[in-house]
Design a protein around this ligand. Structure first.
Ligand code: AMP
Length: 222
């Protein structure tokens, strides 16, 4: 099963993709996470990529396309995958189509998580992450705060804010979503793959709607 998630930053793609990955036993490939991981080595290319990310701008297409060509051909993706954040424009979608055709792995469904801009801004700017990369817990100061201020409930490490979750970068990321990524809704709609889900609500309810849309059973109870 090959699934793609669309939706603005703050729609909860990361949270829902992680749960779906666990439930369906598929790898979750987040373009933002993969790019950030690639930055840990301080290479010249990495420094250039970080400039785009910190400014809230899209990283040039060839970097993303090469990254996903390598990832999707790996054995971990043999039974399918969940794409989160790639493609983000029509050129990337066309490259993904040719790649999936070459791999003989057609897209199964595209989930579009819908929220309005005001809520997207509120969710992005309130987001805090556990600084311990092995933990990776995600909080929101307004919607899912930690028990103790600025401390991870799971591993007690300090929480941090992503450098591109500040106001000016968030505004740029949202406007880039509207201009460059939103056309993908019609692109996948025309292919009959689109499932639209309102992401303004309880994560548990939204997850159930995603499972229903994909006709999957819930294997993970919490
Ligand atoms: P995200 O974690 O999905 O919000 O992505 C963080 C940043 O990574 C974005 O603001 C972009 O700078 C970059 N990025 C992630 N995915 C893509 C993509 N498909 N194309 C270009 N840039 C991307």
């Amino acid at each position: 099963m090959q699934i793609l998630f669309l939706g603005p930053q703050g729609a909860g793609k990361g949270t829902q993709c992680k749960r779906l990955a666990e439930n369906a036993n598929l790898p979750h490939l987040s373009s933002g996470d993969l790019l950030r991981e690639s930055l840990t080595a301080a290479t010249k290319a990495g420094i250039e990529i970080k400039k785009f990310i910190d400014a809230g701008q899209l990283v040039p297409d060839p970097t993303l396309i090469a990254m996903f060509e390598e990832k999707l051909a790996q054995s971990g993706c043999a039974n399918g995958f969940i794409l989160d954040g790639f493609p983000r424009n029509l050129a990337q979608a066309a490259s993904l189509d040719s790649l999936l055709a070459r791999l003989d792995k057609p897209m199964s469904a595209v989930i579009n998580l819908e929220i309005d801009d005001a809520l997207a801004m509120e969710r992005m700017m309130g987001r805090r992450l556990c600084s311990n990369k092995d933990c990776g817990a995600i909080y929101n100061l307004k919607f899912a705060p930690p028990t103790a201020d600025n401390i991870c409930d799971v591993c007690s490490s300090p929480l941090i804010q992503r450098s591109d979750d500040r106001q000016d970068a968030c505004e740029k990321r949202l406007s880039s979503y509207h201009e460059q990524t939103e056309p993908l809704i019609d692109y996948y709609g025309a292919k009959g793959l689109l499932k639209v889900i309102s992401a303004d609500g309880n994560p548990e309810t939204i997850f159930r709607m995603i499972l229903d849309a994909l006709k999957l059973a819930n294997h993970v109870t919490r």
